[in-house]
Design a protein around this ligand. Structure first.
Ligand code: HEM
Ligand SMILES: *[C@@H]1O[C@H](CO)[C@@H](O)[C@H](O)[C@H]1NC(C)=O
Ligand SMILES: *[C@@H]1O[C@H](CO)[C@@H](O)[C@H](O)[C@H]1NC(C)=O
Length: 317
């Protein structure tokens, strides 16, 4: 009993310290200033995912692409203009990043309820969480209080985001550059249990690689031939493409990862044991994924009086 309460005390102090260290993000940041925020985000996301279940995946990917490029500051949401180059046309985002209209729809309702109060970066973080929960995944408390960037960086979007042909060591080092360790990288990659990828990004995997299940490769070649069909989509998780579960890791163990970068997590290297564990323990995956999303959400937020509360997520005030 004494041991338990001491442990509890230490954990409470640690979580207070962690809170202070990440720029004062707090799950209750808007409780007084925008009490309906979370229910607004939930209802707009529920409609969007009902209309198209892939939207849960598309929004979750936006969270990743926001946070990895100069921090979780809503920079990915800014449109290009004749005098401003944003991130939407960077290699990893062009013809690929999607779901911006859903963020706009949430922002419109949030502005109507609480004007000039909630950042686009926080709306995106909450929308990502709701999407995951709506398709069967875990939920978690989202620390809030981020502010929106007044800048964006196409070059950082090109250089800080890993690509589908990345090796395991590149994946590990690109996540390490953001303060995330190899375990975080492997569990966050589990986001690929939902969503789709274009043929052009996995063609060489299904045609040229050795570490791929032959009947899986044959199945994918039906809609991703040796030439043509570059934009044809295939599910990242062959087992349950629209459900947020641990099947992605079962795919990897069966050598049915869609992207080269996916299969790198289970190719005789350092992450094999973690992949095997998640393939049989969905509860552990769900817990670790939720914790890693909070950690990713803490990458260099703007807080206090830095940045701004954008009124329209697509443009600087
Ligand atoms: C580990 C390194 C990662 C690489 C190399 C990677 C790469 C990719 C690629 C190439 C696509 C397909 C894009 C297209 O076809 O246009 C994709 C889709 C996706 N990624 Fe990742 N990704 C990584 C990590 C993550 C993380 C950490 C998350 C979120 C936590 C994430 C979430 C998603 C989702 C949900 C989709 C599907 C989006 C949709 O259907 O609209 N990815 N990723
Ligand atoms: C803050 O708001 C959230 C979401 O509405 C709610 O779950 C939570 O209980 C509130 N917390 C406090 C301390 O009021
Ligand atoms: C490849 O996948 C198919 C379909 O899931 C399975 O029946 C087969 O046993 C797998 N082949 C190998 C060599 O693992």
């Amino acid at each position: 009993m004494a041991l338990f309460s001491n442990t509890y005390l230490v954990l409470s102090i640690l979580s207070l310290l962690a809170c202070a260290a990440n720029g004062q993000l707090s799950p209750t940041f808007y409780n007084r200033t925008c009490p309906n925020l979370q229910s607004i985000v939930r209802s707009v996301m529920a409609q969007a995912v009902q209309k198209e279940s892939r939207m849960a995946a598309s929004i979750l990917r936006l969270v990743f692409h926001d946070c990895f490029v100069n921090g979780c500051d809503g920079s990915i949401l800014l449109d290009d203009t004749p005098t401003f180059t944003g991130e939407k046309n960077a290699g990893p985002n062009a013809n690929s990043a999607r779901g911006f209209e859903v963020i706009d729809a949430i922002k419109t309702q949030v502005e109507a309820a609480c004007r000039a109060t909630v950042s686009c970066a926080d709306i995106l973080a909450l929308a990502g969480r709701e999407g995951v929960a709506l398709v069967g995944g875990p939920t978690w408390n989202v620390p809030l209080g981020r502010r929106d960037a007044r800048t964006a960086s196409q070059s950082a979007a090109n250089s800080n985001l890993p690509g589908p042909s990345s090796s395991l060591s590149t994946l590990i080092s690109m996540f390490a550059a953001k303060g995330l360790n190899a375990r975080d990288m492997t569990v966050l990659s589990g986001a690929h249990t939902i969503g789709q990828a274009r043929c052009t990004l996995f063609r060489s995997r299904i045609f040229n690689e050795a570490n791929v299940n032959a009947s899986f490769a044959a199945l994918r070649k039906r809609t991703c031939p040796a030439s043509g069909g570059d934009g044809n989509l295939a599910p990242l998780d062959v087992r349950s493409p629209d459900r947020f579960d641990n099947a992605y890791y079962q795919d990897l163990v069966a050598r049915q990862g869609l992207l080269h970068s996916d299969q790198e997590l289970f190719n005789g290297g350092s992450q094999d044991a973690q992949v095997r564990q998640y393939s049989t323990d969905s509860a552990q995956f769900a817990r670790d994924f939720a914790a890693a999303m909070v950690k990713m959400g803490n990458i260099s937020p703007l807080t206090g009086t830095s940045g701004e509360i954008r009124l329209n997520c697509r443009k600087i005030n």
